[in-house]
Design a protein around this ligand. Structure first.
Ligand code: ADP
Ligand code: MG
Length: 455
């Protein structure tokens, strides 16, 4: 059950936070209705208690209802070590623990609603969602549905995109908005939870009640529908629920990692119906959007994070917003705890492990591309004969960085820069070194480039 709790926490807080804080917990003794969790230092104990204490209590109580209290203590020598939980599979945020599924069908309808309202994460609102090119369409559709559910053309709303790009956030935002406007019953659950509930209903021979409960809501939102691939019976049930709701003029919102037509393994007729309303794609983030998101989250935290640090993070962590957020949260936590300003050096230090995971070998081509972008010259000028200062200087920087960051020899580097001679490369390296000593702003610029590219 500890494993299951860990999986759930990992799903909720994301890989980064999970690895930073929660893998340090060891299981201590269980005494009556109290379980002790052990942490290696006082600092970690206080941190875990303040950030995750309530949730740990809740999860343990759900797993083992007899447990009333979770006690966090500092481990002493000889106490058990943390389990190696690196392989724990994350469980999607919104799904409730399996034990909660034991008698869902016996619940009165109203409780379904309150249950689903509490499942909404209050941090995920339209206000906290940062809009940019990659997500503006999905955002607009979500807004529209929250404003006027069941409009023709927007039912169902199908949101899709890669991991950590904001699908769940948008769904919760729709839910929060509708609940705020009152008078609308909203049901949100992950496809996984949907399946558990369905199976539990079959076991307790209460599928009829289960269906009635579902069909009584005004808005049904099912997150991560791809989970239903290969679960034919659950798909079938979902399909019928879906049809019943749409026919009754209720709104459906579904998310998945792929578009309806790409969700092979889902029944054809279900895919067809899913694609009938509005299908909105959330694209991978751009550098600009990542910066905006970081700016918004940094501002909300109250900690001053220099633009250079935000740029650095946005360059380094490109895969998904959750990781980006996790990295920033860790920086902020450190700044708060130690009262030190956030600097580029501190960032590299504090995020060492995360950054390493995002590292890759840098190539001369990448260096040229990044440097050209940064100093706003054409990539072709890296190999052109133009000698104007505004072109020649960035070219020299690129050569300097190629020497610093790759294991290429001077002649090899020269060849990549329009077949220049190795003495030209040497000259560039010396010149940039000199300039960096003389001009602090220039040095900082080059240094930033280096950090961004560094492997
Ligand atoms: P998905 O469901 O697509 O995997 P989530 O909605 O869970 O992704 O988003 C992952 C994390 O990133 C959440 O904490 C969410 O608040 C945050 N996030 C994603 N996109 C944005 C955005 N555009 N603005 C603000 N936060 C975002
Ligand atoms: Mg999600």
């Amino acid at each position: 059950s500890w494993l299951r709790i860990c999986g759930r926490l990992k799903g909720e807080v994301g890989e980064v936070e999970y690895r930073t804080w929660l893998t340090q917990i060891a299981l201590g003794p269980i005494d009556g209705d109290e379980i002790t969790l052990l942490l290696p230092t006082r600092f970690l104990r206080d941190w875990v208690r303040s950030q995750y204490g309530d949730r740990l209590n809740e999860l343990w109580h759900n797993e083992v209802p007899a447990l009333r209290r979770v006690e966090l203590q500092v481990a002493r020598p000889g106490d058990p070590a943390p389990l190696q939980l690196a392989e724990v599979t994350p469980t999607p945020t919104a799904s409730a623990p399996a034990t909660e599924e034991s008698s869902p069908a016996s619940r009165p309808v109203a409780e379904v609603r309150s249950d689903l309202v509490t499942a909404l994460d209050s941090r995920f609102t339209f206000d906290t969602f940062v809009v940019g090119k990659p997500n503006e369409f999905a955002y607009a559709c979500a807004r529209r549905v929250a404003e006027k559910p069941s409009s023709v053309g927007f039912n169902p709303l199908f949101l899709y995109g890669g991991v950590g790009l904001g699908k769940t956030h948008l769904m919760h935002a729709i839910g929060a908005e509708l609940v705020k406007s009152g008078n609308v019953s909203v049901a949100y659950m992950s496809a996984e939870k949907f399946m558990y509930r369905f199976i539990a209903a079959i076991r307790s021979q209460s599928t009829i009640e289960f269906k009635e409960q579902l069909r009584s809501v005004d808005v049904l939102m099912i997150d991560d529908l791809q989970f239903l691939i290969g679960k034919d019976n659950t798909q079938e049930e979902f399909f019928h629920t879906f049809n019943a709701l749409v026919d009754a003029g209720r709104q459906i919102v579904v998310s998945a990692d792929k578009s309806p037509s790409d969700l092979s393994g889902l029944e054809d007729r279900l895919r067809t119906r899913l694609g009938c309303g509005m299908v909105a794609d959330i694209h991978a983030t751009t550098f600009e959007l990542r910066i905006s998101i970081l700016e918004a989250k940094a501002a909300a935290s109250g900690v001053v994070v220099p633009a250079k640090v935000l740029e650095f993070l946005a360059h380094k962590i490109t895969s998904n917003v959750r990781e980006l957020e996790g990295a920033l949260n860790r920086l902020i936590a450190h700044a708060n705890l130690f009262g030190r300003p956030v600097t580029l050096e501190a960032t590299q230090d504090v995020l060492h492990d995360i950054l390493k995971a995002h590292d890759r070998r840098v190539t001369i081509e990448e260096i040229q591309k990044k440097v050209a972008e940064h100093w706003n010259i054409r990539l072709t000028d890296m190999s052109s004969a133009r000698r104007a200062r505004n072109v020649a200087r960035p070219r020299q920087v690129a050569m300097y960085l190629a020497k610093q960051l790759t294991s290429r020899s001077l002649p090899e580097i020269g060849r990549k820069f329009g077949n220049r001679d190795h003495t030209t490369v040497m000259h560039a390296v010396n010149r940039v070194t000199e300039l960096m000593e003389r001009d602090a702003a220039f040095a900082e610029d080059v240094e930033l480039m280096r950090r961004m590219l560094e492997s």
